[in-house]
Design a protein around this ligand. Structure first.
Ligand SMILES: Cc1cc2nc3c(=O)[nH]c(=O)nc-3n(C[C@H](O)[C@H](O)[C@H](O)COP(=O)(O)O)c2cc1C
Length: 181
């Protein structure tokens, strides 16, 4: 798909078919992350790929439990009480961008994340950035259980999968604060 169409058409997808993302598509998405720029070309993002449904569900429940106790607004706390996977929306693929706790890693990961979401969209695969997962960003035992080292931080949690429905297009305008010509 043309780059312009990817940029203009990508939206966050919050409902997924129960259909795995094929391995070759996962590879393409990861490759798009790897091709992103990084500070001093350190290529700092590392990828944890989770396709195990039970593990994704378990993580979702942990995030929901945590969200219920960290004093979010009543509306969000209420949303977390349901049985459904309101964190990862039933997505069959969770990719965690992690890296060492160093100055530029968060930015490197964010750039890689957008590359990945755009590439996925071009492949007909939906995605969403799941900041809610950072509620368990300090639960080292849980993070360790999914391969995140103590020296690392969880930066960008992303979900991918085939959408039940594609959200419609949306347009936004740049908020130009100032121009100096
Ligand atoms: C840092 C960050 C955290 C986000 N966290 C969540 C999240 O936890 N759950 C969710 O459903 N969407 C999350 N989103 C998606 C945003 O809500 C979404 O990008 C925004 O509403 C714009 O919609 P669009 O992506 O469809 O253009 C997050 C996006 C970003 C960049």
């Amino acid at each position: 798909m043309e780059l312009e169409k990817c940029i203009m058409g990508r939206r966050s997808v919050r409902s997924y078919q129960d259909k795995p993302v094929p391995e070759e598509e996962i590879k393409k998405i990861l490759k798009a992350g790897a091709m992103a720029p990084s500070a001093m070309n350190r290529e700092s993002p590392q990828y944890i790929v989770i396709t195990n449904k039970e593990k994704i569900r378990e993580l979702s429940d942990k995030v929901k439990d945590k969200a219920g106790v960290i004093g979010l607004g009543a509306k969000i706390a209420e949303k977390m009480k349901v049985k459904e996977d309101v964190i990862f929306y039933g997505a069959p693929l969770l990719v965690l961008l992690v890296g060492d706790k160093e100055k530029w890693t968060a930015i490197d990961c964010a750039l890689a994340a957008e590359n990945m979401m755009l590439r996925a969209y071009g492949l007909g695969i939906g995605s969403c950035y799941i900041g809610f997962m950072n509620f368990i960003g300090d639960e080292r035992e849980t993070l360790k259980s999914i391969g995140i080292k103590d020296s690392q931080e969880l930066y960008c949690p992303l979900i991918f999968g085939y959408p039940k429905d594609w959200p419609g297009p949306k347009t936004r305008e740049p908020k130009i604060q100032k121009r100096i010509d």
